[in-house]
Ligand binder design. Sequence first.
Ligand code: 5GP
Length: 180
Amino acid sequence: MQNNDAVTQILIDEQEIIEKCKDLGKQISQDYANKNPILICTLKGALMFYSELVKHITCAFSMEFIKANSYEDDHSTGKVEIKSMTSFEIKNRDILIIEDIVDTGLTLHRLCDYFKENQAKSVKIVALVNKKTKRLVEIHPDYLGFEIENHFVIGYGLDYNEQFRNLPYIGIINPKYIKK
Ligand code: 5GP
């Protein structure tokens, strides 16, 4: 696997992502002033987006991490499992889930339920990318970076079998890397 021919098309470049993080950060800082929300990074895909976004948030907040899995190769298995998370009190806290990409919506549906069941005061979603075409459950990001068509994309944290997360842009995967 080589990063120089990993994508057939760059859909969103690094500068666009940084500009979007500035806008989202500004909005979140206004909406959450004096609320001290918990910003939850969904590992591993949201790590790069999260790292950029938090630089542009000026209100007080804390940082926590969660890992949920549902993907194999380039498709969702439909079964979402919370694998691990950092330890923190959820009850009565404002939760912002930071997600890389929304596809079927199953992952965020499961995560939102989890935080609501644990009596969070509010649960909202920040997503870098939204793919609307394969939605199986109703999920609407409260803060959104970009809408894309139904492509399998990699880069800026998004992987294919753990590869390509370090690409500084989001692009459509070169089909030669997809296992038949
Ligand atoms: P959902 O549960 O909404 O189907 O999918 C959410 C998770 O699936 C994302 O956090 C991401 O890990 C993975 N995913 C969905 N679409 C893509 C894609 O186009 N590329 C990559 N690399 N992962 C994706």
